[in-house]
Design a protein around this ligand. Structure first.
Ligand code: DC
Length: 221
């Protein structure tokens, strides 16, 4: 694949977007950036300072971009905060409950969006970037823009299986986070202009991956 292909992928939790993004990056030899992990790592950083995540002013004052250090290797995804590997901690309930509040703070978004653009611009191979506002805000010039989704029941089933959790409480958590992420005033989760919607409710993961790889090859000649 020639240099600098950018694939921007948005979608809600449990849609399969992370598995698809990683697999596509691996298959095409591209870098991979999970922007959700960056907001989670920032939430961990804020909580670790003892700051209340609902205190937007203190969050904005404490937030710093340089402490957030994501891996861009699809075979070894993970993230560090000031050198400390927090890849496990950021999936825990405390961060998961705090991340919607932290990611709604405009100063946090500005820092993370700038860092995401910098990482994409530096990529030698091209990159798959996944999140919520990638197509509309972070990389609207990306030649491949996708919105990967699935119905709420399918998403809850997948997430519960991944986390060994109960389906009904997972479904409630997802609904709460969907609502917070899609109704916030800054960069709400929505289908961006020019983005193609892929509904994975009745699709196997391998079919979704194959479809995205085909789209990427078609876009990049
Ligand atoms: O994809 P995830 O569940 O790890 O994302 C964690 C949170 O971060 C999610 O509640 C929404 C937020 N997020 C965001 O606001 N913008 C992004 N580009 C990625 C994630």
């Amino acid at each position: 694949m020639p240099n600098s292909l950018i694939i921007a992928i948005d979608g809600p939790s449990g849609s399969g977007k992370s598995s698809v993004s990683r697999a596509v990056a691996t298959e095409l030899g591209l870098d991979y950036l999970d922007t959700g992990s960056m907001y989670r790592a920032m939430t961990w950083f804020i909580q670790n300072l003892g700051i209340d995540v609902t205190d937007a002013e203190s969050v904005a004052t404490a937030a710093k971009a340089e402490v957030i250090q994501p891996s861009i290797d699809p075979s070894e995804p993970g993230i560090r905060v000031s050198g400390r590997d927090v890849s496990m901690e950021i999936r825990g309930p405390e961060v998961t409950q705090g991340v919607s509040a932290v990611s709604a703070v405009p100063a946090v978004r500005e820092l993370m969006v700038n860092l995401q653009r910098e990482i994409a611009a530096k990529s030698q191979t091209g990159i798959v970037v996944e999140g919520r506002d990638i197509c509309a805000v972070v990389l609207p010039q990306a030649p491949v823009k996708l919105f990967i989704t699935a119905d709420p029941q399918a998403r809850a089933n997948r997430r519960a299986k991944e986390n060994g959790a109960e389906v009904s409480s997972t479904k409630d958590d997802l609904a709460k986070r969907d609502l917070a992420d899609s109704t916030r005033t800054i960069s709400p989760l929505e289908v961006a202009p020019g983005a193609r919607v892929i509904d994975t409710t009745h699709m196997e993961l391998s079919e979704v991956i194959a479809q995205v790889v085909d789209l990427a090859r078609a876009a990049h000649g």
